[in-house]
Design a protein around this ligand. Structure first.
Ligand SMILES: Nc1nc2c(ncn2[C@@H]2O[C@H](COP(=O)(O)OP(=O)(O)OP(=O)(O)O)[C@@H](O)[C@H]2O)c(=O)[nH]1
Ligand SMILES: [Mg+2]
Length: 326
């Protein structure tokens, strides 16, 4: 069967909620150098009526309970009688194992095989600590054709949190109950990014209250340091262990009003791509060139006929001749 016919079949299957054809489609957009394939595939996908969807990035410190929360949300989601569908992409820092096994195993969540309202996918991370994979964006684009809600779990705060907030409509930071070192990073400005905070593992009331006030104080402090005073993002207290606070969090997720235009996401991806591509091409040109210049540079440096600064200027001049700035 030719490729496009196969794709049409997969798209039909995925639209019916079948997991295997959807997994096939995902593999297709995750392929390296898949530009021409992707172009055709997304053109085919555009024939499906668009769905309205919300994408939510769940990020936070390792082991804070992100997967457990998503597992619990999935469980509750399945109890609700509705047509809407939910997908979860977990960017796994340590493993490239496929499927929902990781999330499922960790959270002991068992989803009936025939259940087609929920879909899990793990994606190997490029970075050691769970950063967004270059293909996450395309997988997200693809999932938007089939699911109303899409969660993306990534590990880490700071850069990863910013990355995921660029490709999702909303992002939430999950933290364990707070300690002194957390207060430090809150002051660093990272706290401006998320649309909400979840303090998980609030198994005891006292611990929960203390953490809540600590976080609130830090946010107030941060707010005071900003010129444009933002409204404080909501803070949720949860315990997966005692099944506390999950309903409130879930209700909030499902009531979020879209705030981001899709084209902003595309702009940020294009910008990222251009920077990476420009840099990669630049290095490809420069490496052999500089290799052959190295001998000359070395002898110039050795002979003392050029100062260090002149050598620097010389190399920069070479680079500029390849990639003119103006
Ligand atoms: N006491 C307590 N433990 C919890 C709670 N939620 C999760 N855990 C435990 O915390 C550990 C880590 O949970 P995960 O859900 O894997 O955390 P994660 O943030 O997804 O972890 P990574 O993806 O590895 O960063 C597991 O042993 C969970 O059982 C909670 O509310 N209370
Ligand atoms: Mg996890």
């Amino acid at each position: 069967m030719d490729r496009e016919n196969e794709w049409v079949e997969w798209i039909e299957g995925a639209s019916r909620g079948e997991k295997y054809p959807l997994a096939k489609l995902i593999s297709e957009v995750e392929r390296r150098d898949s530009n021409s394939n992707r172009k055709k595939l997304f053109r085919l996908l555009d024939s499906i009526p668009p769905k309205s969807n919300t994408t939510i990035g769940i990020t936070g410190t390792p082991g804070a309970g992100k997967s457990s929360l998503l597992g619990e949300i999935s469980r509750k989601f399945l109890e609700i009688d509705s047509d809407i569908k939910l997908a979860i992409i977990a960017i796994d820092p340590s493993s490239s194992q496929s499927g929902g096994s990781i999330l499922g195993d960790r959270t002991r969540l068992t989803i009936p095989a025939r259940e087609n309202r929920i879909f899990f996918r793990s994606q190997a991370s490029q970075l050691e600590l769970g950063g967004v994979n270059p293909y996450t964006f395309h997988v997200l684009r693809l999932l938007r054709y089939f699911f109303e809600f899409i969660f993306i779990e990534t590990v880490g705060i700071g850069q990863n949190e910013i990355e995921v907030s660029k490709i999702s409509d909303f992002s939430f930071l999950v933290l364990p109950p707070l300690g002194g070192d957390q207060i430090q990073f809150m002051k660093s400005g990272i706290m401006e990014v998320p649309d909400g905070f979840v303090i998980n593992k609030c198994d005891e009331k006292e611990l929960a209250n203390r953490s809540y006030h600590m976080l609130l104080n830090s946010l107030e402090f941060l707010k005071d340091t900003l010129n444009e005073k933002p409204t404080l993002p909501p803070v949720f207290l949860t315990s997966v262990l005692n099944r506390l606070g999950i309903d409130e969090l879930m209700k909030h997720f499902f009531s979020l009003e879209k705030k981001k235009e899709r084209h902003r996401e595309i702009e940020s991806q294009i910008q990222k791509w251009i920077l990476a591509e420009y840099g990669r091409k630049g290095m490809n040109y420069l490496s052999p060139l500089l290799q052959s210049e190295m001998e000359r540079l070395r002898s110039l440096a050795k002979g003392g006929s050029m100062s260090y600064e002149e050598l620097e200027e010389f190399v920069i001049g070479k680079m500029e001749s390849i990639f003119p700035i103006h």
